[in-house]
Design a protein around this ligand. Structure first.
Ligand code: HEM
Length: 286
């Protein structure tokens, strides 16, 4: 396991621990009505301007500001070389984009109202749409550094997968036509985002059925069939992504048009909210 994966495991574990802590210890407070809360002993720490409530808001907002470094990393000339793998940056962006909103939800103490609610719902729209964006993003084949593969690199890769599948299945004349037919159907049935999604969500069942078919019709052992299915899976995934590259690029572009404005609205209102809160003295820090 490399350092990047390890750091993500640690970070997501921290998110789970923080969420369980806040949900577990805050449960009693969040369950109180708005009229009851000020009379509770918990109010001092758990209210939005209390040590825990505001602490969650500060850390959550800070994460949502820091995650914008990803945009800088993509655009600033001086950050384009020697600043690490862009895919790693995106993974940290996503971690902050999930953990920030979770912390902010606890900061709101589940009361959503006023102008700052616009920031809150923009945050939710950005974070939830991020999941779809991430899915579209991976539909575009990229190099290890996260750059889109060129047409010739794609062709080379497709050829390499094709050769690998042919050579691995060469001892069995019945296996290859089954695999080729599977890959072709995979492309023919993928007409757009919804069908990619349903295909990917049902992938485990479809590849399991393919394995059973190879065992039954081509007489392969379970081990050999599993191995061939893994190679076919890589080839089928790549071929579908190549076939629909233009569509995926367009979708990612449209998605950006949605994701970015909500991010901006969220940040602007968040900053106004913080300035107002501090100037009205709603804080335990200053
Ligand atoms: C409140 C939380 C979030 C904010 C404010 C935010 C903000 C942004 C912004 C401003 C960009 C544009 C980057 C650029 O091209 O300059 C972006 C891109 C992106 N974000 Fe987020 N994001 C958030 C959460 C998430 C989450 C939760 C995910 C995934 C689960 C995600 C996935 C992505 C992806 C895949 C891209 C596109 C990467 C690319 O095309 O290079 N984001 N985000």
């Amino acid at each position: 396991m490399n350092l990047h994966k390890f750091s993500l495991i640690v970070l997501y574990s921290l998110t789970v621990i923080a969420t369980l802590y806040l949900a577990g210890y805050g449960f009693e407070y969040y369950g109180l009505s708005l009229q009851e809360r000020p009379h509770s002993d918990l109010h001092l720490a758990w209210k939005p301007s209390g040590f825990i409530g505001q602490g969650a808001g500060i850390v959550g907002s800070a994460l949502m500001l820091i995650l914008l470094l990803y945009s800088m990393r993509k655009r600033m000339r001086f950050m384009q070389q020697g600043w690490g793998d862009i895919r790693y940056w995106l993974n940290y962006h996503i971690w902050m984009g999930i953990t920030g909103p979770v912390l902010v939800i606890f900061h709101t103490t589940f009361k959503f109202g006023g102008i700052v609610a616009v920031s809150f719902w923009s945050m939710m729209a950005v974070a939830l749409s991020g999941v779809l964006g991430r899915y579209i993003y991976v539909q575009i084949p990229r190099s290890l550094s996260g750059e889109e593969l060129s047409a010739s690199e794609l062709q080379e890769l497709e050829e390499a997968y094709r050769r690998q599948l042919t050579s691995e299945a060469s001892g069995n004349t019945k296996a290859l036509p089954i695999l080729d037919q599977f890959i072709e159907t995979n492309i023919n049935e993928s007409k757009g985002l919804m069908s990619w999604l349903t295909h990917d969500l049902t992938a485990t069942f479809r590849y399991n059925a393919l394995k059973q078919r190879l065992i039954r019709e081509a007489g392969l052992s379970g081990h050999d069939a599993k191995h061939l299915v893994n190679v076919a899976r890589r080839r089928a995934t790549l071929e579908r992504r190549v076939a629909f590259l233009g569509q995926a690029r367009k979708l990612l572009h449209h998605w950006h048009v949605f994701h970015k404005p909500f991010a901006i609205i969220m940040i602007v209102i968040m900053v106004v909210h913080v300035v107002v809160a501090i100037s009205l003295g709603y804080t335990w820090i200053f």
